[in-house]
Design a binder for this molecule. Sequence first.
Ligand code: F6R
Length: 237
Amino acid sequence: MKVQYFKDYGSMSAKAAEIVAGEIKAKENMVLGLPTGSTPLGMYSKLIEMNKAGKVDFSKITTFNLDEYYPIKRDNSQSYYKFMHDNFFDSININQKSINIPNGEAPDANAECMEYEKKIEKAGGIDLMVIGLGPNGHIGFNEPDSFLLPNTHVTGLTEATKEANKRFFASINDVPSKALTMGMGSILKAKKILLIISGESKREAVKQLLKGEITTKLPVSFVHLHRDAAVLCDIEV
Ligand code: F6R
């Protein structure tokens, strides 16, 4: 795991965008895994700029988002579906049919998760998986626990994650109690991982991560097991 520190959020986001664009240049029909949240917003803006300037072409890539609240309507202002379209997909030249996001409207959540995992396999697996980090060490909605799950699954949100995400909702009671998320295996099977970390609230989780111990109490620590994982961080720990 290679960790690179950046003096600010802007330079970290520019580097993340450069890495994503580099992977697409190397393989125009690559499969890209993507997160939502505040951290990737700068990277998405940069990639949009690069796309408009003709420096990166998204027309042949396929994307898989990490997660989605459940249940949630696509047009809910807080759905990850809407987030991704508003902040990225609607502003780039991606083929809308190549976008995959777990369906928060699916009548059968477990069936949706199994289907999602199959779709990733059918696409040939993920070439580059971009992930963010929760203050409690979660990745996707794989929350600290006594065990973690390998495949895409339905999960309950911890109080800590509800607390961290309530800023986007009218109140904590409006944060959905469940989510559909790629599992640890879905993430770790990606050929490359790019972990982007921003903000003071992540300091403790980064400190724990850098100890090098692997524990289900800190899901991100499993990234240590990956052969090709890069970490970009805008806080020096
Ligand atoms: C989002 C996701 C989450 C976030 C994490 C950090 O799709 O899977 O694990 O990456 O909660 O969120 P921000 O970037 O808002 O601090």
